[in-house]
Design a protein around this ligand. Structure first.
Ligand code: F6P
Length: 328
């Protein structure tokens, strides 16, 4: 088979996500299997601009499939969104002969890749790596399953203490612009209500429902709130509820960055491995380049980067109805 690339670079960009290491491993090992040179680029686009790039061997990715974080480190790089920054990055890649790139990250990282691949003759493949799952064209993003399971484990523990004290807990999970972690972890832990950025929640409805439950002596209640909920984070919501329900024993728990760390779940390792392998296949054959590789209905799915950066993953609002019915 005629190879369209000979030297490829791989980087992780944006917020880290468990499973990024498994994706890096898959890219490196598949690339080496096909006789390509594979380069690791440190700290995302920043390393491309600063020429922080090194050649990777099969042992470079030994013992990382089970590790959270990213061995290549990650960053959000404003300079790459300036033409001068991208030019510098391109010149560094050219000097090393790198003629294909794999970018593991979220929508901001794909926007960078899309602009770069339109400007320069270096094909790019995006792999969706974010705990937020806020990317269209894939059923899963690398890291989401692990993050949501971390949240579920923590919320289960909170439920124990909430039950012992008859308390209302407001639990904040990650998701500045996305409610997926809240929605999935909230349903899986039997939350009373779930507040997300994508949907306007009437706080009076939340209060009415809690007060009605108070009358029925249902005193253990969990509210799961995405950090970017349209009513604010857990602290803001607690303030309002404490005013309106002075007798309720209300506590706040913010789960924070623990959701970004830890050993990736089997699902995250699996999708990362499949996507990483497919990324190299695309670069090698020249087919489906400048796409984001997702998994839809358990099949690899290729979305052109131009579309991937525009399309929005849409929440199924019926899930919120399920929450209400099941929390009665
Ligand atoms: O990676 C996505 C995410 O975890 C969001 O859910 C969150 O709002 C954001 O990153 C936090 O980013 P930082 O680590 O910069 O605080």
């Amino acid at each position: 088979m005629e190879k369209k690339v000979s030297k490829i670079g791989v980087l992780t960009s944006g917020g880290d996500a468990p499973g990024m290491n498994a994706a890096i491993r898959a890219v490196v090992r598949t690339g080496l299997y096909y006789g390509l040179d594979v380069f690791g680029i440190m700290r995302g686009y920043a390393g491309m601009i600063e020429n922080d790039i090194f050649k990777m061997e099969t042992r470079s990715v030994a013992n990382i499939i089970q590790r959270g974080g990213t061995i290549l480190k990650t960053a959000r790089c404003k300079e790459f969104f300036e033409p001068a920054g991208r030019k510098k990055a391109y010149e560094n890649l050219k000097k090393l002969g790198i003629n294909g790139l794999v970018i593991i990250g979220g929508d901001g990282s794909f926007r960078g890749a899309q602009i770069f691949s339109n400007e320069y003759d270096i094909p790019c493949i995006g792999l969706p790596g974010t705990i937020d799952k806020d990317i269209a064209g894939t059923d899963f993003t690398i890291g989401f399953d692990t993050a949501v399971n971390t949240a579920v484990e923590a919320i289960d523990k909170i439920r124990d203490t909430a039950d012992a004290h008859d308390r209302l807990f407001i639990i904040e999970v990650m998701g500045r612009d996305s409610g997926y972690i809240a929605l999935h972890s909230g349903i899986a832990t039997g939350a009373e209500n779930i507040l997300i950025p994508e949907r306007i929640t009437d706080i009076n409805e939340v209060i009415d429902s809690l007060q009605e439950k108070e009358k029925r002596k249902k005193l253990v209640n969990l509210l799961v709130v995405a950090e970017g909920s349209e009513l604010g984070g857990a602290n803001e919501i607690a303030k309002v509820l404490k005013e309106k329900m002075p007798n309720a024993d209300i506590k706040v728990c913010i789960l924070g960055h623990i959701q970004r760390g830890g050993s990736p779940s089997c699902l995250d390792r699996l999708i990362a491995s499949r996507m990483g392998y497919a990324a190299v296949e695309c670069l090698m054959t020249g087919k489906d380049v400048n796409t984001m590789i997702g998994i839809v209905n358990n099949q690899l799915h290729y979305t052109p980067l131009d579309q991937a950066v525009k399309a929005e993953q849409t929440i199924d609002y019926e899930w919120l109805k399920i929450v209400k019915i099941l929390a009665s």
